[in-house]
Write a protein that binds this ligand. Structure first.
Ligand code: PGA
Length: 255
């Protein structure tokens, strides 16, 4: 019913030439993938070149961020129209690194989601708690604020065209992964929030990715969980074989 979406978030890694090389390897390695939606997110600088590589393949193009305005005096930023022109399919929004280093808030996430959707691209909305928040018993409160903030003013129809990435901040880039059970519990809670907002049908149709040190060794266990519908992959997406080592178990799942 819902798609398994596995996206590689390359962050601030790879020159343009290296990005083209990695994208070429991913396209080749993923050529027989039919069930999982595979996407890669190079830097802004490499998007146009990587777009040429993925064109006509089953690998989708993702951007790592966007600004909500159409154009203007926003030094360093890129608009949704610019991404659309290049052929971007998915836009990562609200990544914890954006939230913690660059002042992203639930309000800016919401503006970006709306802008991206207005151009028929799919937002990947990142949410997740810090270790301190989890230890303080604030996991559910934080996720509730983030989900309600991101979806504020979105219709059920718009909500259907979103993907969520649940990424516990303490698991990102640390090598520490949430256990299958910890991840499943958080995903089930997030799906419950979507049910409250939009009802069961919509909630059951939205893919919720897990992110945070996902790798070939732990992918099968995580992806087998009832409410885990893919992954947002950082470190392990920087090599084609480890990225495909996460896609392959997703491909063979019977759900
Ligand atoms: P990681 O990053 O896989 O390196 O933990 C995931 C992410 O930040 O999206």
């Amino acid at each position: 019913m819902r798609k398994i979406v596995i996206a590689g978030n390359w962050k601030m890694n790879k020159t343009v030439a290296e990005s083209v090389q990695l994208a070429t390897e991913v396209v080749t390695a993923a050529r027989d993938v039919s069930k999982v939606v595979v996407a890669i997110a190079p830097t802004y600088l490499a998007l146009a070149k990587v777009a040429e590589v993925v064109k006509g393949s089953n690998v989708k193009l993702a951007a790592q961020d966007v600004h909500w305005e159409n154009q203007g005096a926003f030094t360093g930023k890129v608009s949704a129209d610019m991404l659309k022109e290049i052929g971007v399919d998915f836009v990562i929004i609200g990544h914890s690194e954006q939230r913690s280093y660059f002042g992203e808030t639930d309000e800016t996430v919401n503006k970006k989601v709306k802008k991206v959707q207005s151009l028929d691209m799919t937002p990947i909305i990142c949410i997740g708690e810090t270790l301190a928040e989890r230890k303080d018993g604030r996991l559910e409160g934080v996720l509730t604020m983030q989900v309600n903030g991101a979806y504020a003013g979105l219709s059920a129809d718009q909500a259907l065209r979103t993907v969520i990435a649940y990424e516990p901040v303490w698991a990102i880039g640390t090598g520490v992964t949430a256990t299958d059970q910890e991840a499943q519990e958080a995903h089930a809670f997030v799906r419950g929030l979507l049910t409250k907002l939009y009802g069961d049908h919509v909630a059951q149709s939205i893919s919720i990715q897990y992110g945070g040190s996902m790798k070939p060794e732990n992918a099968a266990g995580l992806l087998a969980q009832k409410d885990i519908d893919g992954g947002l992959i950082g470190g392990a997406a920087l090599k084609a074989d480890s990225f495909l080592g996460i896609v392959t178990p997703g491909e063979s799942l019977n759900k």
